[in-house]
Design a protein around this ligand. Sequence first.
Ligand SMILES: [Zn+2]
Length: 58
Amino acid sequence: MAVDPVCGMDVEESEGAIKTEYQGKTYYFCSKACLLAFSKDPEKFLEKDPPDPLKEIS
Ligand SMILES: [Zn+2]
């Protein structure tokens, strides 16, 4: 199970799933609306949760 980064919904990682790749990671979405919102401004949806990988390296 993946989490839609836009709305927080659980999304099944099936073959027909709506998904996109960003910075080498695959993200899944519940709808095309969420995918669209994400592709317009991915950083907006990603900055919340994940630890910043660049900070850990430097
Ligand atoms: Zn969604």
